[in-house]
Design a protein around this ligand. Structure first.
Ligand SMILES: *Cc1c(COP(=O)(O)O)cnc(C)c1O
Length: 369
């Protein structure tokens, strides 16, 4: 009987770093300082430096970070924001939370990311921004997106919630666009022990605005310049994230090795493996294949103790949450086709390299059955 293969083992990730993380968390508890402060500032400095951006602002979670990034750019009612049709719903919800309208653009079916060639046709006089998502840890094709944005005076807000450490044309994700948004949800490549998020930017004014928005619209205690939010990065999470940041490159390297092993092991199977264009260095947040008869495949994997997930089964425009937007079924066929065909295989820094062969064997059996 071979070992079970969990989709992702968060407890194993903690145990690998337990002494360091326990000490960091205990340090915060003993400090007597529990909101913002030195630990959050130290993480902001270290993460900005890691990303190659001038500023980092620690926030409560990824959705807040997306939402406040849009607010910091004064995007609101009457504005349109171009979003991928194929993304996690957070990207769309942030736009809606500002009172603006998400305008979906279809993906390149090879990379699953927003297709830059389709963006210009979606631009109207109301368009204010484009939000590319670096889905599955693979950077979207930013250069042509930045060209279109410049031509039409649009802001670029990157959703990098899955792309900690990824590179686009040699440079880390972190400041290609106006603002880059991060989630440190536990399952992300850089994950906290609870909710956490951040935004990075080279623009000092945007960073300052985000610091005000996350803290009740206040620069000076009890003086409120605008109606803000409470969306501050928790120092306990910041302390744990500082520890994990030191291991991020090594853990991403393990993911990269697993992805390469999958590429080889799955080469002769009737499925589409992830496609990585030249100049793009993904960090393999997910290893996503496209295949037919997904339910059967998932059942066979589960029978053999192998975890698998679907990212994502229902595209945002087909969710009840967006029923009022009136985007008809079939109107975004590329996103819908991906939603029907994608399957995420186990991957993570604590996955044993031997598991790849086990997953490949199970897939071979399932696809032959
Ligand atoms: C995880 C994720 C988010 C949201 O992050 P939370 O911290 O859970 O709010 C946003 N966008 C994408 C693409 C994500 O994967």
């Amino acid at each position: 009987m071979s070992a079970t293969v969990p989709f992702l083992d968060l407890k194993a990730a903690y145990l690998e770093l337990k002494p360091e993380i326990d000490a960091a968390v205990a340090g915060v508890l003993a400090s007597g300082w529990y909101i913002l402060g030195e630990e959050v500032e130290a993480f902001e400095t270290e993460f900005a430096s890691y990303c190659g951006s001038r500023h980092c602002v620690g926030l409560a979670n990824g959705l807040d970070a997306l939402h406040l990034a849009l607010r910091a750019l004064d995007i609101g009612p009457g504005d349109e924001v171009i979003v991928p049709s194929n993304t996690y719903i957070a990207t769309w919800l942030a736009v809606s939370q500002c009172g603006a309208t998400p305008v979906p653009v279809e993906p390149d079916p090879q990379t699953h990311n927003i297709d830059p060639a389709r963006i210009e046709a979606a631009v109207t006089p109301r368009t204010r921004a484009v939000m590319p998502v670096h889905l599955y840890g693979q950077p979207a094709d930013l250069d042509p997106i930045l060209v279109v944005a410049r031509r039409h005076g649009l802001r670029v807000i990157e959703d990098a919630a899955q792309a900690h450490g990824a590179r686009y044309r040699g440079r880390r994700i972190g400041a290609h666009g106006d603002v880059v948004v991060w989630s440190f949800y536990p399952g992300k490549n850089l994950g906290a022990f609870g909710d956490a998020g951040a935004a990075t930017t080279d623009d000092a004014a945007i960073a300052e605005r985000l610091r005000v928005l996350r803290n009740y619209g206040s620069r000076v205690k009890y003086v409120n310049d605008e109606a803000g939010w409470n969306s501050r990065l928790d120092p306990l999470q910041a302390a744990a994230l500082r520890v994990k940041l030191r291991h991020l490159d090594a853990w991403n390297a393990r993911r990269r090795a697993l992805a390469a092993a999958y590429d080889t092991a799955l080469a002769d199977l009737p499925l589409q493996r992830p496609q990585v264009p030249d100049g793009i260095e993904p960090v393999w947040h997910l290893y996503v294949v496209q295949l037919e008869r997904r339910e059967t495949v998932q059942r066979v994997l589960a029978e053999r103790g192998i975890g698998s997930l679907i990212h994502y089964p229902i595209p945002p425009h087909r969710q009840q949450a967006y029923a009022a937007a009136g985007i008809a079924a079939g109107s975004l066929p590329l996103a819908e086709r991906l939603a029907d065909r994608v399957l995420s295989l186990p991957i993570g820094p604590q996955l044993a390299p031997e598991a790849v062969a086990q997953v490949a064997d199970a897939l071979r059996a399932a696809l032959a059955s």
